[in-house]
Write a protein that binds this ligand. Structure first.
Ligand SMILES: O=C(O)C1=C[C@@H](OP(=O)(O)O)[C@@H](O)[C@H](O)C1
Ligand SMILES: C=C(OP(=O)(O)O)C(=O)O
Length: 420
């Protein structure tokens, strides 16, 4: 175990931050480029564990991906197996790659980190089986499994329950233009979380030339060629959460550069959420600035649209002037760790007062003390711990390197943010 002493802010944080590319956009762009008809270049791609795993997965299926420079090049060709895919702990890799593997020939083995073997896969494996794909998973509906690629998928109509992750839908949609008959996908069950990420899938498919119709819980993708070319990746707005929260909890001012004026990223919801929590938020000329007054308000919000923000917002809530409730996020028990349990446990270990709800968490602020903050191989727990560490002396963050999943340079960006 390594430990990082989270720096305490010695006053209001004043900083301007530039963030690397979005994980979700980079991984979608890689997939669409791999399924395209010619060479593509990704500008501003994120270099992190999850995107390097995606690039490696596509390479294993016969698609050359050059990720050496700032621009990433993808040269699609015939998809081929046999192969072994390491999903790491990436939900994107484990949900987006199996449908591509079914387009290749040969046995393709999927596995990942120990915790990855607990993340929901059953509905997408069931849907692929309904589409005629042979998958051997010993009936578990989880990693590891072997998919027997037959060089194509006929496609057609399929129904699944995607209430445990929007990625179960996105994964099928992204490859659907390459199914012989396209795809009509229906969700049946409790609501699908992360609507902005579904919209991101639809918009990126359309930008690549796919015909996609959506309405309610039904998505239709027509068969057809995907356009190749240049794709511009936006900065990762979910990873802006902790930097903007720093302004709020210290009563400072933080600007994140290159904020898109229109975006499907759920991190854009930070603008409204941080305002509700007491910040003043302005977006001008591509700069998103949050100013804190020193007072932080508790909030009661449904976070089902932006579950990636839960941990950082929970830490802000822990130092607010009143109680908070974050609901609509039952499914984050199936993320990198059981995030509801992790949030509650860590706040309470530091002397706080939090409890789990069926679909969220409740936090009542109380004076907190320092101590070891466990991070459960979850990048967002590290970034949440750092946020709290700005105002609670003595927070020791377990395994800070976990941030490599989506933001390897987190500690240096954080340290720089605090330099006067
Ligand atoms: O499609 C995507 O890129 C993602 C969708 C969301 O998954 P869930 O719907 O499982 O929350 C999000 O939490 C994850 O970090 C990335
Ligand atoms: C849930 C997350 O990641 P993924 O599902 O892509 O592993 C996340 O980054 O918060």
């Amino acid at each position: 175990m390594t430990v990082w002493n989270a720096p305490l802010a010695d006053g209001p944080v004043q900083a301007v931050v530039t963030l690397p590319g979005s994980k979700s956009m980079t991984n979608r762009a890689l997939v669409l480029a791999a399924l395209g008809g010619g060479p593509s270049v990704l500008k501003g791609a994120l270099r992190s564990r999850d995107t390097l795993l995606m690039a490696a997965a596509l390479r294993s299926l016969g698609v050359p991906v050059n990720d050496e420079g700032d621009d990433w090049f993808v040269l699609p060709g015939d998809l081929s197996g046999p192969a072994t895919i390491d999903c790491g702990l990436s939900g994107n890799v484990m949900r987006f790659v199996p449908p591509i593997a079914a387009l290749a020939e040969g046995d393709i083995l999927f596995d990942g980190d120990p915790h990855a073997r607990t993340r929901p896969m059953g509905p997408i494996l069931g849907a692929l089986r309904d589409l005629g794909v042979e998958i051997r998973d010993e009936g578990r509906g989880l990693l590891p499994f072997t998919l027997a690629g037959r060089g194509g998928i006929d496609g057609g109509t399929v129904t699944l329950d995607a209430s445990s992750s929007s990625q179960l839908v996105s994964g099928l949609l992204l490859s659907a233009p390459r199914f012989a008959k396209g795809l009509e996908l229906r969700h049946l069950g409790p609501p699908v979380p992360s609507a902005p990420h579904l919209e991101m899938t639809v918009q990126m498919l359309r930008a690549a030339g796919a015909e996609v119709e959506t309405g309610g819980d039904v998505w239709r993708v027509a068969p057809g060629a995907l356009r190749s070319g240049e794709v511009l990746i936006e900065p990762d707005l979910s990873n802006a959460a902790q930097f903007l929260a720093a302004a709020l909890v210290t009563g400072g001012e933080v600007t994140v550069r290159n904020w898109p004026s229109v975006t499907t990223q759920p991190g854009d919801r930070l603008r409204g959420l941080l305002e509700l929590m007491g910040g003043s938020v302005t977006l001008a000329g591509g700069d998103l600035t949050v100013r804190g007054t020193g007072t932080v308000h508790g909030i009661d919000v449904d976070l089902s649209h932006a579950p990636e923000l839960a941990q950082v917002l929970a830490m802000v809530a822990a130092v607010a002037d009143g109680p908070s409730r974050f609901t609509g996020i039952a499914h984050i028990r199936g993320h990198e760790t059981d995030r509801l349990a992790a949030i509650v446990k860590e706040i309470n270990l530091l002397g706080g007062d939090a409890n789990e709800l069926e679909d969220g968490v409740e936090i009542r602020p109380r004076p907190l003390r320092g101590g070891l903050f466990h991070t459960y191989d979850d990048h967002r727990m590290v970034m949440a711990a750092a946020t709290l560490g700005l105002v609670v002396p003595g927070i020791e963050v377990e395994n800070p390197g976990t941030v490599g999943k989506t933001l390897p340079e987190f500690v240096s960006l954080w340290t720089r943010m605090l330099e006067k």
